[in-house]
Design a protein around this ligand. Structure first.
Ligand code: ATP
Length: 367
């Protein structure tokens, strides 16, 4: 799990009890609220959450552009909480690439090294290596205002990587690109991280982007981290209703815990059916709970099978690789069944009463 990985490897960035409040009195906004976090060396780590949850604030605190109200930050074990940005071995790539338009691609990439006063030969060598890394050798002499958006973003990346920072902070660096280019850049960024071995801290509000690229993800809401884990942890084993809802499609049903046995709870759903659900880290171990299951983990009951749930088909949505069947239960609750491929149109029509089977082992109790 995400937690086990964290115990084995060294932390590149450690954040302890970090809080940030903007403004004062009636106008105070708590952008970050007691955040605890260990980002590991060589990790592609993503901060994911809706607009305003505090992702950018956390990144800016790590970069040193803001100072925390409370708490501390260390980099590879060294306290950096009060250090100015240029004294931290980190670099940032922003959504707006902020390239120097009057400089060539090569001059942009070498800029950070010139500022550090590196010898000319070293600057030339590193710039060439960076140009090759982002596959822009042929563009070295071009002005950056003569490049496409994707090329500009690659220059921005090369420029940020050139001084070999310990940690690269990326604030929605792909948001301005069109969908196809963004998908390509996602894969490029991922391999760039693997090649350089630099720790990447990536901010996005796009859950699919986070799942595709990250080693681990922290899901944030209202200044707090709700869950940290691998993409599989977050997708298959969400701990909170918010996390389950924010990432992918999910069915959520209300029920009552009848009994628990270790990490499993027997839950009576509102229609009377009994299911076995994983408790995970949920603190709710009795009374009313919400349980969740992904649409792809609910299947149509075959002839002679006892369904977990029965309902009326409201909608059938075919989208090539799969079909979603929207089912209205007797309780008024709705669930979605994702069936691989098409369904038998004669048998499954709006208005038909059908049975669904929830895959045991894949039902979770939510916080
Ligand atoms: P987005 O995805 O929209 O960029 P975010 O998750 O990065 O959002 P932040 O930019 O970190 O969120 O903002 C968190 C909260 O802090 C928001 O409520 C925001 O309005 C507030 N905030 C951020 N910077 C400031 C500031 N300089 N002064 C006052 N409030 C601020």
């Amino acid at each position: 799990t995400g937690t086990e990985i964290a115990k084995e490897r060294k932390a590149a960035v450690s954040v302890r009890a970090l809080s940030k409040t903007f403004g004062q009195g009636d106008y105070a906004v708590t952008a970050l609220d007691s955040v605890e976090l260990d980002i590991l060396e060589n990790e592609f780590f993503t901060l994911l959450g809706p607009s305003g949850c505090g992702k950018t604030t956390l990144l800016r605190l790590i970069a040193g552009f803001e100072l925390p109200t409370e708490g501390s930050i260390s980099l590879q074990g060294e306290g950096i909480t009060d250090k100015p940005p240029h004294r931290r071995p980190v670099n940032t790539v922003f959504q707006s690439y902020a390239l120097f338009p009057h400089m060539t691609v090569a001059e942009n990439i070498g800029f950070g090294l010139r500022m550090l006063g590196k010898p000319t030969a070293e600057i030339k060598q590193t710039t060439e290596r960076m140009l090759a890394l982002v596959q822009l050798e042929a563009m070295a002499g071009r002005r950056t205002d003569q490049l496409s958006g994707g090329q500009q973003q690659r220059v921005a990346l090369a420029r940020a990587l050139a001084p070999a920072p310990k940690v690269l902070l990326l604030d929605e660096p792909l948001a301005a690109l069109d969908l196809k280019l963004r998908k390509n850049m996602q894969l490029e960024l991922k391999s760039l991280q693997a090649e350089t071995g630099i720790t990447f801290v990536f901010v996005t509000h796009d859950q699919e982007e986070a799942l595709t690229m990250s080693d681990r993800i922290a899901v944030m809401k209202s200044g707090k981290i709700l869950q940290i884990g691998t993409p599989r942890d977050i997708y298959d084993r969400p701990t909170h209703r918010f996390v389950a809802d924010f990432i992918g499609d999910i069915n959520i049903l209300e029920g009552t815990v009848e009994r628990t046995d270790g990490y499993l709870a027997t839950v009576r759903l509102r229609d009377g059916s009994m299911v076995s659900a994983h408790l995970g880290t949920a603190s709710a171990r009795s009374g009313n709970v919400s349980v969740a299951i992904r649409p792809e983990n609910v299947r149509l009951a075959g002839a002679g099978e006892t369904p977990t749930l029965t309902g009326v088909v409201e909608n059938i949505v075919y989208f090539g690789a799969a079909t979603n069947l929207h089912l209205r239960l007797g309780t008024g609750e709705e669930i979605v069944i994702r069936n691989p491929g098409a369904v038998d149109e004669g048998k499954y029509q709006p208005g038909a009463t059908i049975g669904a089977i929830m895959q045991p082992d894949l039902i979770r109790v939510l916080e």
